[in-house]
Design a protein around this ligand. Structure first.
Ligand code: CA
Ligand code: CA
Length: 217
């Protein structure tokens, strides 16, 4: 009996070591630990690349180095070698048009070229446990949905993102540049401490996401 227990213990121990090795290898590292309550900048997602820090549809950055050419401007090269697609708000009738519904700042980095099934990890530090309202500064060419999971578990369910499409805008590509905000697309229960938050693109995509806000409910 004693021998059986010892073998069982050894098996459990080995299993534990294997599980620990797997989760450690896949564990994302923060680009920046973002504080909650506060603003979570979508471009400050974790380090570790495809499959660890994010899942993106293609491995190139369609913003940094592509739409925004390498020319010495650091905004044009932000996280240029990573798969998440990043651009920033611009003047000259790109983001500063009458079709943008809320006041926005220029030169603000955002995640774009979003598609369903993509996800991005963020390391957050929650200062106080509680229920938080989720807000977003975004554009959406068509109605869509996002969700948030915490430490790997779906926490919010689908949260609707209302279209910012405007038929009055004669410029087709500018349908992705009509900024709007909401301060309450859903709520989330957060425990104090360091957590890994995963943002999921669920429906439609075609969104640009500048930042999410988390305010005590
Ligand atoms: Ca990409
Ligand atoms: Ca941003």
């Amino acid at each position: 009996m004693k021998k059986v227990l010892t073998l069982l213990n050894l098996f459990v121990l080995m299993n534990g070591i294997l599980t620990f090795a797997q989760t450690s290898a896949a564990k994302p590292k923060p680009f920046k630990v973002q504080q909650i309550p506060g603003r979570l900048e979508c471009e400050f997602y974790d380090l570790g690349g495809e499959g660890t820090a994010y899942h993106d549809t293609d491995e190139i950055n369609n913003g940094s180095g592509k739409l925004n050419p390498v020319n010495g401007n650091p905004l044009n090269e932000f996280r240029i070698k990573e798969g998440v697609d990043i651009s920033y708000t611009k003047t000259d009738s790109i983001d500063d048009t009458p079709y943008t519904k809320v006041p926005i700042k220029m030169n603000q980095l955002y995640v774009g070229w979003t598609q369903p099934l993509e996800w991005i990890n963020y390391t957050i530090e929650v200062k106080k446990s509680g229920i938080y309202k989720i807000g977003v500064l975004y554009t959406a060419n068509g109605d869509g949905a996002i969700s948030i999971s915490l430490n790997g578990k779906d926490t919010t369910g689908n949260m609707k993102i209302i279209s910012t499409h405007d038929d009055n805008d004669p410029v087709a590509w500018r349908q992705w540049h009509h900024w709007n905000s909401s301060d309450n697309i859903g709520t989330i229960k957060l425990e104090k401490g360091i957590q890994v938050l995963t943002l999921h693109i669920v429906e439609n995509g075609n969104m640009n996401l500048d930042y999410l806000t988390f305010t005590p409910n």
